[in-house]
Design a protein around this ligand. Structure first.
Ligand code: NAD
Length: 293
């Protein structure tokens, strides 16, 4: 069984990014600059944003964290977005989701300038992705593609089953796996909460990508022997033995599935780290675009 180790892969990709940044800076360009907007005090969001800011520092990027209380109005948040759109020093930025219930997340996402949308959530980027044109790919599905590519996993002609149809993971993942690209060229089945006979379908998967947010949901009996398993799930599960009081769990029952699969990505140490690398890669691309290099 091959462990799809996001930890070592993301570390080497970050080194590649850092080398590119050093080269650009040595040519006299300013470093790439990523901004993150964090609203409220959601524990998981705080952790994600802190990891993104740390990754920026490690890669030699400039980073700016904009924090506001959960009571911020939609108009005030839109004003921050407009300022970031206009700021020539900011190459790309993210507004960390989820947002408080009184803010319409789609309105915020759509207000982000597509050229600075390094999370790849804007409808313009999603549309360009559908057309297989140059764009910012959504960070998590892009991270999965990078993982498949770097580990040399063949996807052409294979049956890929994706569980979960969210706009940030499952739906774009299914589109990307079906495109005429490498990785891609797969025959794709997209499963969701209304899918019937799910296990029957997952047992046909050569590549199974799981993103539904239910810890340990995929068990060995749902997996074809030799399948490649990508676990996107990240859920905080109470664990009194941990100092923090919780542990991070994936959507796949790793212990049983690793006995059946030919390759599997762990949680933690898998796709989550690849998502951050995608964000850096997208920002590096935005930097090159904005400086015309
Ligand atoms: P979501 O809640 O928006 O979507 C969940 C999807 O799962 C839905 O489309 C739903 O139809 C499907 N689903 C729910 N129950 C199901 C069932 N019983 N059978 C089949 N399908 C079912 O979730 P999301 O935002 O896509 O996130 C999914 C998971 O991925 C979460 O654990 C989240 O934390 C994680 N995530 C990880 C990263 C990363 O960087 N690794 C990034 C984003 C999300």
């Amino acid at each position: 069984m091959l462990l799809l180790d996001g930890k070592s892969l993301s570390a080497s990709l970050k080194e590649e990014i850092k080398a590119t940044v050093e080269e650009r800076v040595s040519q006299g360009f300013r470093p790439p600059h990523l901004a993150a907007v964090l609203i409220g005090n959601d524990g998981a969001s705080e952790t994600y944003v802190a990891s993104k800011v740390r990754a920026c520092e490690e890669a030699g990027f400039a980073s700016t964290l904009i924090r506001r209380e959960a009571s911020i109005s939609q108009e005030e948040l839109l004003e921050i977005v407009h300022q970031l759109n206009k700021d020539p020093q900011i190459d790309g930025y993210i507004v960390q989701l989820p947002l408080p219930a009184h803010i319409h997340a789609d309105t915020i996402t759509e207000a982000i300038l597509p050229q600075k949308d390094v999370d790849g959530f804007h409808p313009v980027n999603l549309g360009l992705m559908m057309q297989n044109k140059d764009c910012f790919l959504p960070a998590t599905p892009k991270g999965v593609l990078t993982m498949l590519e770097r580990y040399g996993i063949e996807t052409s002609g294979k049956h890929t089953v994706v569980i979960g149809r969210s706009l940030i993971v499952g739906s774009p993942m299914s589109v990307l796996m079906a495109r005429n690209t490498n990785p891609g060229n797969a025959t794709v089945t997209l499963c969701h909460s209304k899918t019937q006979n799910l296990a029957e379908i997952t047992r046909q998967a050569d590549v199974l990508i799981v993103a539904l947010g239910k810890p340990g949901f995929v068990t060995a009996d749902m997996v074809k022997p030799g399948a490649v398993i990508i676990d996107v799930g990240i859920t905080r599960v109470e664990d009194p033995t941990k100092k923090s009081g919780f542990r991070i769990a994936g959507d796949v029952d790793f212990e049983s599935v690793k006995e059946v699969a030919s390759a599997i990505s762990p949680v933690p140490g898998g796709v989550g780290l690849m998502t951050i690398v995608s964000l850096l890669q997208n920002t590096l691309k935005a930097h090159a675009n904005s400086l015309g290099i």
